[in-house]
Design a protein around this ligand. Structure first.
Ligand code: ADP
Length: 471
């Protein structure tokens, strides 16, 4: 069973949301980091300024008051933040000790953030010389206030994400809905199309994008399906009509014979002969229909083998000789001077030649002639069937290759034809990538020319030089 997936609209909205929130998240983290860095640099700058003031103060007042008085001097100047000041002599003796600096260790670098009893503190440490002696100065700034600001900022950012998620999801859902709306329209329209409404088409949105292309492709496909359906329907209607006629004739002939009060043997014989003729015609028609449907269903190609065109055509001419003689038509075969080999299905090829030769004999009056010739020319093997028969009017020349099409129904039927021969020939030619070309003049005759593509035969056939094969 196929696992049910989330609808594409939800997935698109989720992806949109995820991308948007990742970008916003990264921006917020970046903003937070730079605000934090800016606060630290302000704090550091303030520490440096304080240090300068303290240094200046010590230089000016130390000679006058000495270290024991300095604590008092600093306490009198709140701007120096004496609570966050420690001064030690080089021997470790503490000279000034701010109460806010109790327990604050000396940092490893000049300026650093240290933990002072649970709260963060920025500490500046320097060694300076006053009156020729070294002293260590430790200045601190409580980071509680900036930390509170940063903390609040962090919360604001985090909380603002929630409405952002909602807005983002809604915007993504709405946008993907808009993008998918034409597809949904196509889907609904496509659902309404069934075999009775194949002439309907899906709406084509003038978006100029893939959705428009999809709708156009879908409509083009419907067009082909409709055409196929129409052809099938027409074929079925034609076929039933063609099959019904002989059956009706057989039935009528039998009924007439049975209704006679005193039927003679001659009547029975005549009726049976008629029934036999019509049955044969029906069998031939069914055979042709089966043949066509076999060709139609052979979608994945045919089995081809190398075939000598001279041999195959000459064999068919021999087979058709008797019919030609019976109709007093001269049948002539002109082979190619050097034999040509084509890749073809043997049975199909034979059937193709027979259809054309049979038609040529059928539609040529007694005393006329049919010439069948094989030629190899400019990469093709040509088989031409030329007759001096009734010819085909220009308006019929394309149509005669359609199924059940006959220029003269009565004439064709009297000769046993149902209008499927040339349709089969056309299908066989298409299967072999061959062409059928017709030249005809009414009353003068016709020339059907089949052109098979010439491939070079494999070594077992190529006992002649290639130029001879191709002529
Ligand atoms: P049919 O079984 O009726 O001969 P075909 O498909 O073989 O069916 O031919 C279709 C129609 O084309 C025929 O009915 C006939 O009118 C015309 N036709 C075919 N071949 C020839 C030809 N050599 N000369 C004149 N007309 C032809």
């Amino acid at each position: 069973m196929i696992a049910m997936k989330w609808p594409i609209r939800i997935r698109l909205a989720a992806v949109y949301c995820a991308v948007f929130l990742t970008v916003i998240g990264l921006l917020e983290v970046g903003a937070y980091a730079s605000i934090r860095a800016a606060i630290h640099s302000i704090v550091d700058h303030e520490l440096e300024t304080r240090l300068e003031g303290i240094e200046d103060h010590i230089t000016r007042h130390l000679p006058r008051f000495g270290w024991p008085q300095m604590q008092g001097v600093f306490d009198a100047h709140p701007a120096f933040q004496p609570a966050y000041l420690v001064i030690r002599a080089a021997d470790g003796k503490t000279l000034v000790q701010g109460h806010g600096m109790t327990g604050v260790a000396r940092p490893h670098s000049r300026i650093a953030t240290v933990n002072a009893g649970g709260t963060a503190m920025r500490v500046l440490f320097v060694r300076r010389y006053f009156l020729g002696k070294p002293y260590d100065l430790l200045l601190g700034t409580d980071l509680q206030m900036p930390a509170a600001v940063l903390h609040r900022l962090w919360w604001i950012m985090l909380v603002s994400m929630l409405p952002l998620v909602i807005v983002c999801a809604a915007a993504g859902y709405w946008m993907s809905g808009r993008a998918l709306a034409p597809i949904q329209e196509i889907m609904f329209a496509a659902r309404a199309i069934d075999s009775r409404r194949l002439n309907q088409r899906v709406p084509v949105p003038a978006t100029g994008d893939e959705v428009q292309q999809l709708a156009e492709t879908f409509n083009a496909m419907l067009e082909r399906i409709e055409e196929g359906f129409y052809q099938m329907r027409e074929f079925t209607a034609n076929a039933s009509h063609e099959l019904r006629t002989p059956v009706a004739i057989v039935r009528a002939a039998a009924e007439v014979a049975l209704l006679r009060r005193k039927p003679s043997e001659a009547l029975y014989r005549e009726t049976l002969e008629r029934i036999l003729r019509e049955s044969e015609r029906n069998s031939a028609l069914l055979e042709s229909m089966l043949e066509l449907s076999r060709i139609d269903s052979r979608v994945d190609g045919i089995e081809r083998d190398w075939l000598s065109v001279n041999n195959s055509v000459s064999e068919c001419c021999e087979r058709m000789g008797a019919l030609a003689a019976a109709r007093n038509v001269a049948l002539r075969f002109v082979p190619a001077s050097a034999d040509v080999q084509v890749l073809a299905d043997k049975e199909h090829a034979r059937r193709l030649w027979i259809i054309l030769i049979d038609n040529a004999i059928k539609y040529t009056a007694p005393g006329g002639s049919v010439t069948v010739q094989v030629r190899a020319e400019s990469g093709s093997a040509f088989v031409e069937v030329i007759d001096t028969g009734i010819g085909i009017a220009p308006e019929h020349q394309v149509l005669i290759f359609e199924r059940f099409y006959r220029t003269d129904k009565a004439r064709s039927r009297s000769m046993g034809g149902a209008g499927l021969g040339l349709a089969i020939a056309q299908e066989i030619a298409t299967l072999h990538e061959a062409t059928i070309h017709l030249d005809s003049e009414l009353g003068k005759g016709s020339r059907f020319r089949i052109g098979f593509p010439l491939h070079l035969p494999p070594q077992r056939f190529a006992d002649r030089p290639a130029d001879e094969v191709l002529r």
